[in-house]
Write a protein that binds this ligand. Structure first.
Ligand code: HEC
Ligand code: HEC
Ligand code: HEC
Ligand code: HEC
Length: 490
């Protein structure tokens, strides 16, 4: 109701009105007062409704005086003084005994559990030390502990996804210079684990992209990340780190270990391996099959984007950072963890299934994915040994080029699924599709080797070494690394 309506009514009352005469008329100011009172009540009701319905975080700290936070403040505790609920929930990341069937905050040793991976990563750091990730709270501690860091020089780029000290240092050192430095030289500067500044702009607390690599990757695809919607940002803050990446070293552009996402052609597994083929990139030369291998990192965002939840506009935060209520106040749970440890606040907001049903649906998807993945691993391991057998029988590099290329592609596809967090849950169909392509390529490579051996009249069948435990697999891998690998054609 507006004052314009009110004045119209007053104008109308200037016309003769028979009823008006029979009623005692109100004083002239009363109409005005009623209008204002009604408006005030409506506004108050509206405010009440928004504060109940919307999870407005401002309302939770009416008396709190916010201390200014520096643009590059990396100490999570300082932010925590302003936002104690978010900070306290973040600190719950300290818990590390929440094992779920395939995940949870628990340092599962992948190589003990699955010795095939010792062979698949033979001669590379991941064949030596490969633990399941824990919470953000441990990011700095865990990188300091991993045996993958080489003692003299290691790319400082590896710090990029571990700490809010990184944007601060990039700001003072320069981005290019940061990446080109030695990991060990920055050790004293980088002490705070992943935290507030990685995802938030301190003045407004808006979500922000603090890492250049994601912005650059969007630009390379011709997209502008500044145009992302709020709901997209609730996944993009995660995509700063939970993605596939490599370090670009290029003398022409004088880049050294520059963090780059291989998204120039797009974010599907096919587009990424095609990108790697064109740029001739590989992480290591496999010592058994002499195949140049690309290690997939953790393409969580890319995989997630192919699934039904992304299609339906659900974000990473909806499941991993759901709302939480404490003392009647709603806020975002900053204990980023497996949603299976928090089903009632995450999945159950949208799905009216019992907790047991949710868990069993997730585990059914994961178990199928796991079983398929193990079959692919067996085929890949045998393919590496088959290529070694062909080399033993005198096959030339030219003859082995095609099987090696198939093996390179097959292993990247397998790893794209294997290194992905969530054991296939984020996009079950895509995971299975990629595993199917992987096993097909691995078997094609093996078939080519079988034909090659037949044309050379090799009668002996390949005898694969026993790699059923981590130790046995390690010894086999080490033999090849040292140049005296076991003979396959006995
Ligand atoms: C629809 C809900 C949902 C969405 C959306 C979602 N996830 Fe997950 N995520 C899960 C489930 C379920 C698991 C499996 C947890 C387990 O096995 O304990 C998981 C596992 C993970 C894990 C491993 C955690 C662990 O304890 O094993 C990471 C890391 C992860 N997701 C990151 C992401 C990222 C990044 C995004 C967005 C790109 C995302 N997730 C989107 C449900 C979701
Ligand atoms: C600055 C980089 C970075 C950002 C941003 C980031 N993560 Fe992580 N995340 C990591 C790293 C590194 C680890 C592993 C830490 C470890 O094991 O020490 C991790 C671990 C996790 C885990 C495993 C926790 C557990 O208990 O098993 C989940 C789940 C996860 N992240 C989800 C997310 C989601 C969801 C987002 C976005 C809201 C996100 N992450 C944003 C780097 C990041
Ligand atoms: C991995 C990314 C990430 C990190 C790290 C992070 N936040 Fe958040 N934060 C979010 C997301 C996502 C939201 C939901 C924002 C939205 O939807 O507008 C959020 C919301 C908030 C809000 C708004 C109120 C609420 O609870 O919804 C505050 C305040 C906040 N975070 C404080 C913090 C503090 C303090 C820290 C450090 C201890 C922190 N955040 C670390 C991602 C993060
Ligand atoms: C913000 C809402 C939202 C949240 C939170 C959410 N989902 Fe969903 N989920 C959806 C939507 C929407 C669909 C698609 C339904 C459709 O299109 O028919 C879906 C589909 C699914 C499907 C069926 C997929 C298929 O194609 O068969 C499963 C299983 C599922 N969700 C499990 C989960 C689990 C487990 C969690 C918690 C880790 C979760 N969801 C969290 C909204 C959500």
């Amino acid at each position: 109701m507006t004052s314009e309506n009110h004045s119209n009514r007053e104008n109308k009352s200037a016309y003769p009105n028979p009823q008006a005469e029979s009623r005692p008329s109100l004083p002239s100011w009363a109409g005005m007062a009623i209008v204002f009172l009604t408006a005030a009540v409506i506004v108050l009701l509206g405010l009440l409704a928004t504060s109940i319905m919307e999870r407005r975080w401002e309302s939770q700290r009416p008396a709190l005086v916010l201390k200014p936070i520096d643009q590059w403040e990396s100490d999570n505790a300082k932010w925590g003084e302003n936002y104690p609920r978010e900070y306290e929930s973040y600190l719950k990341g300290e818990i590390t005994d929440t094992e779920t069937k395939f995940g949870g905050a628990y340092p599962r040793d992948y190589l003990d559990a699955d010795p095939y991976q010792v062979i698949l990563f033979a001669g590379y750091g991941f064949g030596k030390d490969y633990l399941q990730g824990r919470s953000h709270f441990y990011a700095v501690e865990d990188i300091n502990k991993t045996k993958r860091i080489k003692p003299d020089f290691y790319a400082a780029t590896c710090w990029t996804c571990k700490s809010p000290d990184v944007p601060r240092l990039m700001n003072t050192m320069g981005v290019k210079e940061f990446y080109a430095s030695n990991w060990h030289d920055l050790k004293n500067e980088i002490t705070h684990p992943i935290g507030c500044q990685d995802c938030h702009e301190p003045q407004t607390m808006n979500l922000r992209i603090s890492r250049p690599a994601l912005k650059e990757a969007f630009a390379a695809m011709g997209k502008d990340i500044e145009k992302a919607t709020h709901q997209e940002m609730r996944s993009l803050v995660c995509a700063q780190c939970h993605v596939e990446y490599y370090f670009e070293t290029n003398e022409k552009t004088s880049l050294k270990n520059y963090l780059t996402f291989p998204w120039g052609k797009g974010t599907t597994v096919e587009q990424m391996i095609e990108y790697y083929d064109e740029t001739n990139f590989s992480d290591f030369l496999h010592p058994i099959s002499k195949t140049p291998i690309v290690k997939a990192q953790h393409p969580d965002y890319e995989m997630f984007m192919t699934g039904v939840h992304a299609y339906r506009d659900v974000s990473c935060s909806d499941c991993h950072m759901p709302y939480k209520t404490e003392g009647g106040l709603k806020f975002t749970d900053h204990h980023v963890q497996s949603p299976l440890l928090n089903i009632s606040n995450s999945c159950a907001i949208c799905h009216r299934w019992s907790e047991e049903e949710v868990r069993s649906r997730v585990e059914t998807i994961q178990t199928k994915n796991f079983e398929a993945k193990m079959k692919v691993e067996k085929a890949l391991v045998e393919a590496h040994f088959d290529v070694a057998a062909a080399a033993e029988a005198g096959a030339t590099d030219a003859e082995l080029a095609e099987p090696r290329k198939l093996l390179r592609h097959a292993q990247f596809r397998w790893d794209y699924v294997s290194a992905n967090n969530g054991m296939g849950f984020h996009s079950p169909q895509e995971s299975m599709r990629v595993l199917a392509d992987s096993v097909n390529q691995a078997q094609q490579a093996r078939l080519m080797i079988a034909r090659l051996l037949a044309t050379r009249s090799v009668k002996a069948l390949p005898q694969y070494p026993d790699v059923s435990t981590r130790e046995k697999a390690w010894n086999v891998a080490k033999g090849y690394v040292d140049g005296n690998g076991v003979k396959i054609l006995k």
